[in-house]
Write a protein that binds this ligand. Structure first.
Ligand SMILES: Cc1cc2nc3c(=O)[nH]c(=O)nc-3n(C[C@H](O)[C@H](O)[C@H](O)COP(=O)(O)O)c2cc1C
Length: 195
């Protein structure tokens, strides 16, 4: 069976929120309540972690002054994030979690798992949680008073879906287009590893 036929066949068996989640960019400025934000964060903290170390740290920004601080550190390509009413800065530090031989630092791995939980809970709440690496992390870390030994790994922009007429042609096509994924045969090997 061709690879994409196989993933199509499984589509309807995948957990609904996993299937429906997309990093959407047509976003509204409608406020997101603290209660919902706290639910997203609770879902995030239900993630597993090495030795239950829970290395994730989150800084919630939802007031206009803080949002303006974040907007100043976004490059032009992330214009779509500007209307968002809230953002969660995702922070960790390598020594907050297990470090094992073979270059295995679990702080980033475990923090990523927490962020996935957050995104799926957001989907269930009818919200978009869009992860972003495109920002000036050195400047923003300073602006937010986060010490240098912490890693400001991502921003999770939170918003309800909004108007599409603000999007560039490229982003509109991505918004409307199908999920774009490598075939399983490119990323999965059975029995024999391929370098
Ligand atoms: C760590 C990370 C960083 C990302 N940074 C950006 C970003 O700076 N700007 C952006 O528009 N999308 C960003 N994205 C969203 C990805 O482009 C998106 O997840 C990917 O294209 C797959 O699309 P999908 O999430 O809708 O399936 C980021 C996603 C992740 C996980």
């Amino acid at each position: 069976m061709a690879d994409n036929e196989q993933s199509k066949r499984y589509d309807e068996m995948i957990v609904k929120e996993i299937d429906e989640r997309r990093a959407l960019r047509a976003l509204s400025d409608k406020p997101v309540s603290r209660e919902i934000i706290d639910r997203l964060l609770t879902a995030a903290t239900y993630a597993p972690s090495f030795g239950n170390n829970q290395p994730w740290r989150f800084l919630v920004l939802e007031d206009e002054e803080s949002m303006e601080t974040v907007r100043k550190r976004l490059p032009g390509g992330n214009y779509w994030a500007r209307p968002c009413p809230a953002v969660i800065a995702v922070v960790t530090r390598e020594d907050l979690d297990g470090q094992m031989p073979g270059n295995r630092n679990y702080a980033l791995f475990d923090t990523g798992m927490a962020c996935m939980n957050l995104q799926l809970q957001a989907r269930k709440e009818g919200l978009v949680a869009h992860p972003v690496a495109g920002f000036n992390a050195i400047e923003l870390r300073r602006d937010l008073g986060i010490d240098e030994d912490y890693i400001l790994i991502a921003l999770m922009f939170l918003a309800y879906p909004g108007p599409e007429d603000t999007l560039s042609e490229k982003h509109l096509a991505m918004e409307k287009g199908p999920r774009n994924r490598k075939a399983l045969s490119e990323v999965v090997f059975y029995k024999k590893w391929e370098n």
